[in-house]
Design a protein around this ligand. Structure first.
Ligand SMILES: [Mg+2]
Ligand SMILES: [Zn+2]
Length: 187
């Protein structure tokens, strides 16, 4: 099984310092949903791992989060994209849970749920903690410069081997090109 694990805010949709707390505020980054469709066509299962501390902060509740994800699924479907599963951490940092990135809890859950090793599984994020959680789980980290990505690159300290791309669409283009070259199959 081929899998890719994506952060949500700042990777698939535009991020906001004021949190994404309604379906109206969830706006896809141009090309991101089409990139997910390309991943699906190449046989990838696309899974999201997302910190959503807005729930702990009571900025929005589960009903709203579900509505946001319904909008995301509907928008994805329109371009033939399928998101297999969404894992999220509803806690705040102060809760000291095991699932909030940079901890690996959500990645462990993904491995368990899908019964796969995450070794070498590509993971894409715009924050250092996304890449750290993926890296300690054995994933190959990719930083995108959308969302908080530019700032994350400036701050540095990225896990070894992190590859940097302008956005999800270019990252996916490069990933599928490498795959195709490895398999000697033209895209
Ligand atoms: Mg993010
Ligand atoms: Zn958590």
């Amino acid at each position: 099984m081929k899998m890719i694990i994506l952060d949500r805010d700042g990777v698939i949709n535009h991020d906001s310092p004021a949190f994404i707390k309604s379906p109206a505020e969830w706006v896809p980054i141009p090309g991101s949903l089409e990139a997910i469709a390309r991943l699906n066509q190449a046989g990838y299962r696309v899974v999201i791992a997302s910190n959503q501390s807005g729930i702990a902060r009571e900025l929005f509740d589960m009903t709203i989060l579900n509505a946001i994800h319904q909008k995301m699924h509907a928008n994805a479907q329109q371009v033939g994209a399928d998101i297999d599963a969404i894992f999220f951490c509803p806690h705040a940092a102060i809760d000291n849970c095991d699932c909030r990135k940079p901890k690996a809890g959500m990645f462990d859950e993904i491995a368990k749920r899908f019964k796969i090793s995450l070794k070498g599984v590509p993971t894409v994020g715009d924050s250092l903690r996304d890449l750290q959680a993926g890296f300690i789980s054995g994933c190959t980290p990719y930083l995108v410069l959308t969302g908080k990505g530019e700032k994350t690159r400036e701050t540095g300290g990225l896990p070894p081997g992190t590859q940097v791309f302008p956005d999800l669409a270019t990252m996916v283009g490069a990933l599928l090109k490498v795959n195709a070259a490895a398999a000697h199959i033209p895209i």
